[in-house]
Design a protein around this ligand. Structure first.
Ligand code: AMP
Length: 228
């Protein structure tokens, strides 16, 4: 039996899942598990599997369920996930959601799902204005998270780059993959009786969104909710 909480941050690419996970990690002390970050680390390792992952990511498609399921299963067993964990970018297919459902149920992990809602036009504008530090991975946007010095990483001074998969034509493919493969996951989670909340992910400060998510999660878990 396992009483740690899990927050599934759900939403299209560019809806702010990564930003919210980073803010919440600081306030609620849960581990941030981003399958996108784990896959980028794999690419950086430069091995054959990393190259195959890179080709898929650059096309805007999804990496195999088998690989991401294995990465997540290993990751939630790490010591820093013992106090609970936030899933960012996972599950992205119904097959992934089935495996996750099984993991959560066998461990009786209390889980809350938050769906970040953002208009697709806002997403395209956000992602094409996004920059990343090639060294430490920090993400910036033109606003409200712009770096102190234009095009330079606040943390280590590296010159910022546009992520390969943030190019507009790739963003359009990523949104198509979201519509066809990922959007049905929300219905799956609802049907499986996980508490699911819609949260407006645009038009206000990221900190205000994080507070709303934290309140929802605390209320749900305090009332004994959170599907296990
Ligand atoms: P993200 O950083 O979450 O936007 O992910 C970037 C890219 O990594 C996606 O466009 C996919 O190619 C791949 N990816 C990330 N998470 C998953 C996942 N759960 N399943 C399959 N592919 C993924």
């Amino acid at each position: 039996m396992d009483s740690r909480p899990c927050l599934i941050l759900f939403g299209p690419p560019g809806s702010g899942k990564g930003t919210q996970a980073k803010l919440l990690r600081q306030t609620v002390g849960m581990a941030h598990i981003s399958t996108g970050d784990m896959l980028r680390e794999r690419i950086a390792s430069g091995d054959e599997l990393g190259q195959a992952v890179k080709d898929i990511m650059q096309s805007g498609g999804l990496v195999s369920d088998e690989l991401v399921n294995r990465l997540v299963e290993e990751r939630i067993a790490q010591p820093d996930a013992e106090k609970g964990f936030i899933l960012d970018g996972y599950p992205r297919t119904v097959a992934q959601a089935r495996l996750l459902d099984c993991l959560l149920r066998t461990r009786a992990i209390r889980t809350v799902v938050v769906h970040l809602k953002v208009d697709y036009n806002v997403i395209i504008a956000r992602l094409s204005g996004r920059r990343q530090c090639p060294n430490c991975g920090a993400l910036y946007s033109l606003s409200p998270n712009s770096p102190a010095v234009s095009e330079v990483c606040d943390y280590d001074g590296s010159r910022l780059i546009v992520r390969d998969d943030d190019r507009e034509e790739v963003v359009v493919e990523r949104l198509k993959a979201y519509d066809s493969q990922t959007a049905p996951v929300l219905e799956f989670l609802r049907q499986a009786s996980y508490p699911c909340f819609d949260v407006q992910g645009e038009g206000r400060a990221p900190q205000a969104i994080a507070r709303e998510i934290q309140n929802l999660m605390e209320q749900e878990l305090a009332t004994g909710g959170g599907r296990a």
